[in-house]
Design a protein around this ligand. Structure first.
Ligand code: FNR
Length: 367
């Protein structure tokens, strides 16, 4: 169908089911176990209702905000998803361009199907912002090289994925390791001409990684460090105590441990716990959420409950696979339009006006 018939972000998934190769759609759309967490990630937003304010001047809406100190056009970023070439022959480069044109940040995956250089070169203007998602290799030198290469190429944040000590049980689809072998395997990557590419081995994700490694990370980079995959408030507090710049409440889009809670459900207790520690999550430390963000109203709810911003995974892949670059831009515009409308109807003309008393969370825990 023509792109104008994409009325919301769900429509891209319906089209992707028909357009993408079956194996690619299965890889993107699958969760782990019985998909309980994957479904819950979005469903939890249905248990949050609004408390709109009226008689507020909403003739001008300003959605701009900051992430890790950098200005963005609205509080959403494209999260890291491995092997984007399964969706489009130019893979992550297309996501880089679309993000740049829309004034938002792209998180580059360790398991990208383009090299780090290629993705960095795809920036549409020199100051365009990108972050690096990192899987820690058992070969620490390889990890160190990747971090330092990213930093020297102007990448502005290091997002270390902490919820994937091993690959989750993905029933329906091949897992990352199969995908990796599908894409050419270890040999090809080690011989990769570019040498410094962002490809590395999923089977090498180091299961020994623990809090003691934080000192090492901090010793090898000046980039702010954010832990992606925090799933309870106690670990949020530990991340703060270990000097992280922030966290992403995430369960990997429901692809790792089934029955992990939805990030939006734990967000309020995480914010409370951080405040008890004397941390001010509105300025000292940034809390992001990802998983199941499908509507502008989902973004609003997350911001109201204390998130600095939200990430999307699958929606970008589906848009990329169905309509390429213009699809991703179209998707981002849908999110923007929906968020703007929500802010108007809620009586919150700027991001700072989005407050916790605007959402009713009494049913959030009842399910
Ligand atoms: C992911 N995600 C992910 N995360 C990560 O840290 N490293 C990775 O390599 C990948 N790869 C990946 C592949 C695919 C196909 C998906 C769908 C997801 C997780 C991703 O960054 C993000 O946390 C979730 O996708 C967010 O959930 P939604 O928006 O997909 O519901």
């Amino acid at each position: 169908p023509p792109i104008e018939e994409m009325f919301n972000t769900f429509d891209f998934q319906s089209v992707a089911r028909h357009v993408l190769k079956e194996s690619a759609f299965a890889y993107f759309s699958s969760g782990s176990g019985d998909d309980m967490t994957m479904r819950e990630n979005h469903n939890a937003y249905h248990r949050i209702w609004f408390r709109p304010r009226v008689m507020v001047n909403v003739s001008h809406i300003d959605m701009t905000t900051e992430m890790l100190g950098a200005q963005v056009s609205f509080p959403l970023y494209i999260s890291a998803t491995s092997f984007c070439k399964m969706a489009h022959p130019e893979g992550e480069k297309v996501l880089a361009r679309a993000a740049g044109k829309q004034g938002i940040i792209q998180m580059i995956p360790t398991l990208a199907s383009c090299s780090l250089n290629e993705i960095v070169d795809a920036r549409v203007y020199p100051t365009q912002l990108q972050w690096l998602q990192l899987y820690i290799n058992t070969d620490r030198q390889m990890t160190q090289r990747m971090i330092q290469q990213a930093e020297s190429e102007g990448v502005k944040g290091l997002f270390i994925t902490v919820d994937r000590a091993i690959v989750g049980p993905r029933g329906k689809s091949a897992n990352d390791k199969d995908m990796f072998e599908d894409q050419g395997g270890m040999e090809k990557v080690l011989n990769h001409e570019r040498g410094t590419g962002s490809k590395t081995l999923p089977s090498f994700v180091d299961p020994s990684m623990n809090w003691k490694d934080m000192a090492w990370f901090k010793s090898i980079t000046k980039m702010p460090i954010v832990l992606k995959g925090i799933q309870r408030w106690e670990d949020a507090v530990l991340a703060w105590r270990h000097g992280c710049a922030g966290i992403v409440l995430s369960n990997h889009g429901g692809r790792q441990l089934d029955f992990s809670p939805s990030p939006i459900e734990i967000l309020p207790e995480v914010i409370d716990a951080l405040k008890r520690e004397g941390c001010d999550p509105s300025k000292d430390f940034e809390v992001y959420v990802d998983g199941g963000i499908r509507r502008g109203s989902d973004i609003f709810k997350a911001i109201a409950l204390g998130a600095k911003g939200v990430g999307i995974g699958r929606p970008a892949l589906y848009a990329l696979g169905c309509y390429g670059e213009k699809g991703v831009e179209y998707l981002l515009n849908l999110f923007k339009t929906e968020l703007a409308m929500c802010m108007r109807l809620m009586g919150a003309p700027t991001i700072k006006d989005i407050q916790s008393d605007m959402v009713d969370t009494r049913n959030l825990k009842n399910h």
